[in-house]
Design a protein around this ligand. Structure first.
Ligand SMILES: [Zn+2]
Length: 75
């Protein structure tokens, strides 16, 4: 399964429906995106996912901490 947001191929199945075959939840450890298999193609299909919300590898690497983590003060 390809991540719709960052196109990583290293996704994994996080959960499955109690009734087998109804839905699955997938997670991307690269960008932390999670999606349910029953969401619309604009969420689940990498080719239809909005460019506005897409993340590249450089976006992920260069992203800052939010909220910012202050430096540890040595006393
Ligand atoms: Zn991703």
């Amino acid at each position: 399964m390809t991540c719709p947001r960052c196109r990583s191929e290293e996704t994994h199945q996080l959960a499955t429906s109690p009734v087998p075959g109804v839905w699955e939840v997938w997670q991307c450890p690269t960008c932390l995106f999670c999606w349910r298999s029953t969401e619309p193609p604009s969420i689940t299909n990498p080719d239809l996912y909005s460019e506005r919300f897409r993340l590249s590898m450089s976006d992920i690497v260069e992203a800052g901490d939010f909220p910012p983590v202050p430096e540890v003060q040595a006393d």
